[in-house]
Structures are given as structure tokens and as C-alpha cells.
Design a binder for this molecule. Structure first.
Ligand code: SAH
Length: 456
């Protein structure tokens, strides 16, 4: 099983390789040259627009052979679903109909158009999602990034009002994975399960010094040709630089909300400007950045949501990562009314219209509200994340209620000491692949289309 297709380098210009995938060309940056000394004709894996591994020609050809038929068959299925989706008459909403025409023709939407999308009512939602799905299919084809996530510590020094692992939640059993355990888990995810991009996530936990994190990243990269995203919150930029040097070229860091007042309310003692400055620095330094926001924070209006999407676009991240707030009973936002599921889907559709070539994640939080992955993928999303945290820790990474739903864990953790990689993870991978194939999506990350990365 493989979550990336190897491609053949057809040319190299400076630090940019042009890679061929069954006749489609993509660009990817070359950061590491030492071990590989890449040449035209080499076969490589790219993730997030970066070459992460080289593969022997004979191995590559065998993988490509197994993909050839499927690749084109999936493409056809996806295009078929997108083009023939029911475009029911939009009743009593002529303005939405004309906004959808505009979006599909590639014209820029006005603020008023964006409001029309965000406030669309039930009967118009199906055509709205179908339209966003068509834009996704036409602009980007059927590739769908499938990243794995390992949640390595639920200790956190912050008191974020939305987050279940905040420091004030005294009822939560805290855990930390040791360095060896994290490295082994990552190796398992790559070598046994076939992942080519992994997110290492935790609360803000200073137990892991910069040196310890650097060592973990180095050890993983020595063993695995993958893209590693760090999702460890606000560490000094210097720390991120060291991690980049060790081979973690990705960062997942949401700005949570574009509204500075709401930000300081839900992240007591923190300022939006500081978080944004860090995100901007990471992007400028060449990190592959996933960022975004929480939909449905108290006090956030439809205008705020539009601003959230526009701010994400202006940052030019590699990936949009946003999802609905799921109020957690042991947080300051316990009493917040959950938003209607459609709201987050409308946000996906609008993001697709505003930034047609973006990678947009159908986040796991969405899944607690909807048929998550599927609904998200059919409303304009084209990326997924699979939880690869060992089963014995999964439930305690309790960001929001219902997070382990659908992982086979139910509401209880397996017995302490149970071997990891239980049916939870395996089932989720199987289900996800089944879903992707049924929708005609290829679980691949075939690199950036415009090669606009700046490399550090
Ligand atoms: N400590 C890291 C990782 C945080 S957890 C950091 O601060 O970046 C990853 C994301 O989960 C957060 O950025 C937040 O947007 C999301 N999250 C936290 N609590 C949530 C909740 N109750 N509902 C939905 N998403 C939540």
C-alpha cells in the first residue's frame, strides 16, 4: 500500500525538479542533496512540493505498473461524479445561482458573493457543494493527500478555552511518548502502513527540549523518506529552524481566528499578532505550512469566517486546515452552542472558490458532526488525516468529545498495555481507502502545481 506515487525527474533547474507522473508534470523542491545527488531520470517521492525520497528504478516501475490502470480509472470516476452531480434548481436564490456560475467560471468573488455562499440555506446546499467539488476536480484533479498524525504528548502548559487537553483539565490522564516510542511508531507508519507524510503533534510541552525533538526528527529521517510536519504550538522560531535543519520541513500551526479580540479571549494571555508572525516566518523560511482556524468560536460572525478564509489565503500556506469547534465539557467553552454541521461545509466550499488550487483538509473534527470525510471531500476538500497514535493513548488525546469515534475504539480505551496498531488504526485506513476509491480519488500527494515555494 502506498500513499504517494513515485515520479520520474524529467529536468532539474537549480533546486527545483520537474517530475512526471503518468504524463502529468509537477514541480518539487530539492532540499537534501547529500544522500541522493539527484539526476534527470531518477525516480523520487515528493510530498507538499518537496522531494522527500529517492527510489530505485526497478521498485518504482513495479509500483507504477500497479498504479497505471487504477490511476486513470480513478480519474474518470472522479470527473464523472463531479460533472454529473445533481445540480438541482436553486429555488428562491437567484443570487447564489449566479455566484456559483461566477465561481465555476473562475471569476473573483466579491465580499457580497462570499456572504451569499456562507448564508446559503438548506435547499441550496447540495448545488453549492457540487459546484465546489467541480472546481476542485477541474483545477486539481483527483489527488488526495492522506497524512498520518501521531499525537505524542497530551501535556500542555496553556489554558486554551476550546481545547480539552488544556492545563486546567485535571480529570485527564496525561501521557508522553518516549523518543524511542515515537521513532518506532513513525517507522511503523511509513514502512508497514505506507505513509509518506506524518504530523507529530502535542500540547505545548517543554518536557521535550529542542535537542530531544531534533534527535527524534533526525532518527525518523534517517530511517524514512517522508515529509514530517511539526505541530507543537508556539515554540521560538529558532527551535523550528533547528527542526528544519534536522529534516522536519513541515509545520501545522493554526492561527485559530482572524479576530484579535476573540483570539485573546480563547487563548488567555496570548496575542494573535505573535502567532501570525511565527506562521509568516515559517512560510518565509521555506516550511510547508498547514494553517487555518476554528469555525464557530463564540462571538465569531459570518464576516469573521470570511476573514478567516481570506487570511488563510493571504498567508499562502500549503494546506488549509480548519474545522468546527466541538465544545468540550472540561473547557471554558463547555456551554458554547455547537455550530450546525453545514456551516463548516459551507466554509470548505467557499475556501475552494476563493482559492481554487488550495489543498483543503477535511478535518477529523468535521467527522464528529457529519459523515465528515465524505461530505468534506464532496464539498471541495482534497486532503485527509488519519490518526496513527497508538491505541493506548488515542483516547487521552482528548481535544474534543467524540474524537475517537469511527476509529474502532468506541468511547473506551483499550486495556493498558494493549499492543498498538490495533484494529482502530487498520480499520480507519481500510475505510478511508475504500471511501477514496469509491469517490475516484487517488490517495496521493503529487506535489505542488505551481512550485511557488521559497526554500530556506
Ligand atoms: N498545541 C498545538 C496543537 C494543538 S491541537 C498548537 O497549539 O498548535 C490542534 C488543533 O486542534 C488546534 O489548533 C485547534 O484548532 C484544534 N482544536 C482544539 N480543541 C478543539 C475543539 N474543542 N474542537 C475542535 N477543534 C479543536
Amino acid at each position: 500500500m502506498c500513499y504517494a506515487i513515485p515520479g520520474r525527474i524529467v529536468s532539474i533547474q537549480g533546486r527545483t525538479a520537474t517530475i512526471d507522473y503518468f504524463g502529468e508534470r509537477r514541480e518539487a523542491g530539492i532540499i537534501e542533496t547529500g544522500n541522493w545527488a539527484l539526476k534527470t531520470g531518477n525516480y523520487v517521492y515528493a510530498q507538499g512540493g518537496i522531494v522527500v525520497d529517492r527510489i530505485a528504478e526497478s521498485d518504482a516501475l513495479a509500483i507504477l505498473e500497479s498504479w497505471k490502470g487504477r490511476f486513470f480509472e480513478l480519474k474518470k470516476r472522479d470527473a464523472g461524479i463531479a460533472e454529473t452531480a445533481k445540480t438541482k434548481k436553486i429555488k428562491n436564490n437567484g443570487s447564489l445561482a449566479s455566484v456559483l456560475d461566477k465561481a465555476e467560471s473562475g471569476a473573483l468573488l466579491t465580499r457580497r458573493d462570499m456572504e451569499t455562499v456562507i448564508t446559503a440555506e438548506k435547499p441550496s446546499l447540495e448545488p453549492l457543494y457540487a459546484s465546489a467539488n467541480r472546481v476542485r476536480s477541474r483545477e486539481l484533479g483527483n489527488s488526495c493527500c492522506v497524512h498520518g498524525i501521531i499525537e505524542f504528548s497530551n501535556n500542555c502548559k496553556n489554558g486554551c478555552a476550546y481545547c480539552g487537553i488544556n492545563k486546567n483539565n485535571t480529570k485527564l490522564a496525561r501521557y508522553r511518548m518516549g523518543a524511542d516510542e515515537i521513532v518506532e511508531r513513525a517507522e511503523y507508519a511509513v514502512k508497514e502502513l505506507g505513509f509518506r507524510a506524518l504530523v507529530l503533534q502535542s500540547g505545548e510541552d517543554d518536557y521535550y527540549s529542542d535537542d530531544v525533538l531534533v534527535d527524534i526528527v533526525k532518527r525518523i529521517r534517517e530511517q524514512c523518506g517522508i515529509l514530517i510536519f511539526m505541530s507543537i504550538g508556539e515554540r521560538p522560531f529558532e527551535c523550528y529552524k533547528k527542526l528544519y535543519g534536522a529534516g522536519a520541513y513541515g509545520a501545522l500551526l493554526r492561527f485559530e481566528t482572524s479576530n484579535p479580540k476573540i483570539y485573546s479571549m480563547v487563548r488567555p494571555g496570548k496575542r494573535l499578532e505573535e502567532r501570525l508572525a511565527l506562521i509568516r516566518k515559517l512560510i518565509a523560511a521555506g516550511f510547508v505550512v498547514a494553517t487555518g482556524f476554528l469555525v464557530g468560536l463564540p462571538g465569531a460572525t459570518e464576516q469573521d469566517l470570511i476573514n478567516d478564509i481570506l487570511l488563510t489565503k493571504s498567508l499562502r500556506p500549503d494546506m488549509y486546515s480548519f474545522g468546527p469547534l466541538i465544545p468540550h465539557p472540561r473547557t471554558l467553552l463547555a456551554g458554547t452552542k455547537p455550530i450546525a454541521p453545514d456551516y463548516a461545509l459551507r466554509a470548505i466550499a467557499l475556501s475552494r472558490f476563493i482559492d481554487p488550487k488550495a489543498k483543503i483538509l477535511a478535518t477529523t473534527a468535521l467527522e464528529t458532526l457529519n459523515k465528515g470525510k465524505k461530505d468534506g471531500l464532496l464539498a471541495g476538500a482534497n486532503s485527509l488525516m488519519i490518526n496513527l497514535t497508538p491505541d493506548k493513548y488515542k483516547r487521552d488525546y482528548d481535544l474534543y468529545p467524540g474524537k475517537t469515534k469511527g476509529t474502532g475504539l468506541g468511547t473506551r480505551n483499550p486495556k493498558p498495555g494493549t499492543q498498538d496498531t490495533g484494529p482502530g488504526t487498520q480499520d480507519e485506513i481500510r475505510e478511508t481507502l475504500g471511501l477514496l476509491y469509491s469517490l475516484g480519488r487517488a490517495p496521493t500527494d503529487i506535489g505542488k502545481m505551481d512550485g511557488n515555494h521559497v526554500f530556506a
